[in-house]
Design a protein around this ligand. Structure first.
Ligand code: DGY
Length: 337
């Protein structure tokens, strides 16, 4: 009989995390590409009397899921965001919650810049242009786009990803402004030491003055739909919106209208609402000159995803040894409150 405690893993994660877990746990894993339903997760947790649940941003971990296994002691999410987990309920049920902070900030900042450049310089459209056989000659006015250099970047939310995005602006000689629920003097000092001068401004001013607006806030009640029709009206009509945070931060209908009436020039989204975004969603009628969408790949580099797999396994193993989690959501909440 297998005495190892069971960990239910809702998607196959990179091997290093699996190997680490296998040393001490029995892994029961969902192997499909489409995530398991909430009902299926509950069934597996109940059936296996799992000790741990290793989940990700596709899963909704609510009170019912948390109550499914009498032995559930730890939920470890393969993500930095934990808006898909009812953390309060987990605390009530005495279940620890782990996450993977820090490790993916640089990788997500890389993608943010990739999207900014792709959108400003019409990279996706240019590729299609070549594929469609339209490249007949070099053209003085072909596929003209926007510059990035010497322009103004507005960062909404200056946590670790927002700061990593700000740092990358040096090479482009951009002015950087940020808004945040409060002024972050320490962050400003750290960035200044690295040669990045960022200025704290009210969000309305940021929207009015930035050529690029990049979103880096966590999803909470107060950030849901925080960029809607009023905000698009404030943006300049050459402005480009980048979202690599959570889809629900942007009101998608308002974005659709803003692209349609050209109150902004373009948007690049790595996250959408809904997610996944169906290929027949009406917003996708906008040409890539105006809209570029990637499928939530902010942290998707091999080394980062491997490191995330190890960190999420380490959270489970710490719980198994009766220790506090190396990356506990409860500690993070205490720190910010
Ligand atoms: C996260 O970690 O929260 C990302 O959205 C997925 O990597």
């Amino acid at each position: 009989m297998d005495e190892k405690p069971v960990v239910y893993v809702t998607r196959r994660i990179p091997e290093p995390g699996i190997e680490l877990l296998e040393e001490r746990c029995k892994i029961v894993m969902w192997e499909e590409e489409v995530p398991p339903s909430k009902g299926h997760i509950m069934k597996k947790l109940t059936e296996t009397e799992a000790f741990g649940l290793l989940c990700n941003v596709s899963d909704t971990i609510d009170a019912d899921v948390l109550a499914s296994s009498p032995n559930l002691k730890v939920v470890s999410t393969f993500s930095v965001g934990y808006d898909h987990i009812d953390v309060e309920e987990a605390a009530q049920q005495d279940i620890m919650v782990g996450y993977t902070p820090g490790v993916l900030s640089e990788t997500t900042a890389d993608l943010t810049w990739a999207l900014m450049s792709a959108c400003a310089r019409r990279v996706v459209e240019s590729h299609e242009y070549v594929l469609d056989g339209k490249w007949k000659a070099w053209g003085p006015t072909t596929l003209l786009g926007h510059d990035l250099h010497n322009r103004t970047l507005g960062i909404i939310g200056i946590g670790s990803i927002g700061s990593a995005v700000a740092r990358r602006s040096i090479g482009f000689g951009m002015d950087v402004v940020y808004s945040h629920p409060y002024r972050k003097n320490e962050q400003e000092r750290e960035l200044a030491e690295m040669g990045v001068d960022i200025e704290y401004v009210p969000q309305d001013e940021l929207l009015q003055t930035s050529d690029f607006v990049s979103l880096h806030v966590p999803l909470k009640e107060e950030t849901y739909d925080m960029i809607g029709s009023q905000e698009f009206k404030k943006m300049n009509n050459e402005g480009i919106l980048i979202n690599t945070s959570r889809g629900e931060i942007v009101d998608m209908d308002a974005l659709d209208n803003a692209l349609e009436d050209e109150s902004i020039a373009a948007a690049a989204l790595d996250v959408t609402n809904p997610e996944p975004l169906p290929s027949d969603h009406s917003i996708l009628r906008h040409e890539p000159e105006k809209l570029v969408v990637t499928p939530h790949i902010g942290s998707a580099s091999t080394p980062t995803r491997e490191r995330m797999s190890v960190m999420s396994a380490e959270n489970i193993l710490a719980a198994l040894e009766g220790k506090s989690l190396p990356n506990s959501v409860f500690d993070q909440i205490k720190e910010v409150s």
